[in-house]
Ligand binder design. Structure first.
Ligand code: NAP
Length: 297
């Protein structure tokens, strides 16, 4: 039985399976989600629920956060019944969301002022890896505090790496997601090109998966394309957000600019679908340019 009391905030696609793993590992887990209905599944598994982040801060030893973006983090820390201002100290707050290095520095400063500790610990991997405890965890912050959190991370990930001071985990995650955006756009463009030239999608995906370019991403997202299943595991709006954050901290490379533009354009229509729904945007832009070029010839 693990005795460290864990408070978990954010039960979305990732937070739900991650917190479930900690319940299964025997930790006393108390959860909070803005939309309270999402707490039910965890309650059935044996977790307790709390009605606010403030209560978690008062009663738990470690608080883990897995929410959308900077705005959500600000609300959870500084909002009404937020984490800050509770007169508690020695608590460890771990932010596993993909957010800006700037907000981590700001929140870490406020936590430290109150005698509490902050780690940014972004993750690579998606829902499947979250369910299986196979995430890659990149941490920014103090090494001694990380050592205290490591036994928890062992139930969530296959690798935990300290990459620097506060915010460094967030920066590393943005770098990885730049590459993720290239992979998604690249796979989509290859499939669209092949289709236009009468190669069956299923055949192309089989070839890719058996070539040197095949990987977990091409397997999972290739299947999604074949099955026309764009239900979000990693919502397209999140990668649009991450490219935006990367741009704010200096992304200005040739492919970075293109991926940024592509995902920002796609987000208003496809934001709630999976990242690989970018193929719909690529297909329609490509059809549009073929139509335009045949009209001008
Ligand atoms: P998600 O399914 O969209 O869930 C988002 C969570 O954030 C929900 O619990 C939501 O609460 C909460 N939230 C949003 N705004 C909030 C606010 N203002 N105050 C309080 N709670 C708020 O997202 P996800 O896929 O789990 O991703 C979570 C984070 O992990 C994101 O930063 C994402 O970029 C990152 N990430 C995702 C993946 C992936 O494959 N999905 C992989 C690696 C990293 P409600 O239920 O009330 O809306």
């Amino acid at each position: 039985m693990n005795t460290i009391k864990i408070g978990w905030i954010g039960l979305g696609n990732m937070g739900n399976p991650m917190s479930q793993r900690l319940v299964h590992a025997g930790y006393p887990v108390t959860v909070y989600n803005r939309n309270r209905a999402k707490e039910e599944a965890l309650k059935l598994m044996g977790a307790t629920v709390a009605s606010s982040p403030r209560l978690l801060m008062e009663q738990m030893d470690v608080i883990i956060i897995m929410v959308t973006d900077d705005k959500a983090i600000r609300e959870i820390f500084t909002g009404d019944k937020g984490l800050l201002g509770t007169k508690t100290n020695g608590k460890i707050i771990i932010n596993m969301s993909t957010v800006s290095p700037g907000i981590s520095k700001e929140m870490a400063f406020l936590c430290n002022q109150e005698g509490n500790h902050y780690l940014d610990a972004a993750v690579s991997g998606s829902v499947k890896q979250a369910e299986e405890g196979q995430l890659v965890i990149m941490v920014g912050g103090n090494e001694t505090i990380l050592e205290k959190a490591k036994p928890i991370f062992e139930h969530l990930g296959k690798l935990t790496l300290l990459v620097g001071g506060t915010g460094a985990g967030n920066t590393a995650k943005l770098a990885i997601n730049i590459l993720l955006a290239f992979h998604a756009q690249g796979l989509a463009e290859a499939v669209v090109f092949a289709r236009q030239n009468e190669i069956k999608t299923k055949d192309l995906i089989t070839l890719i998966n058996n070539s040197a370019l095949g990987n977990v991403f091409t397997k999972i997202k290739g299947d999604a394309i074949i099955q026309n299943n764009y239900k979000a595991a990693f919502a397209l709006k999140h990668i649009a957000k991450d490219l935006h954050l990367a741009k704010e901290v200096g992304l200005a490379t040739p492919m970075g600019e293109i991926a940024f533009k592509t995902f920002q354009q796609a987000e208003p229509v496809l934001g709630e679908e999976d990242i690989i729904a970018i193929i719909k945007h690529i297909a329609s832009s490509s059809e549009q340019s073929i139509t335009n070029s045949s009209e001008t010839h």
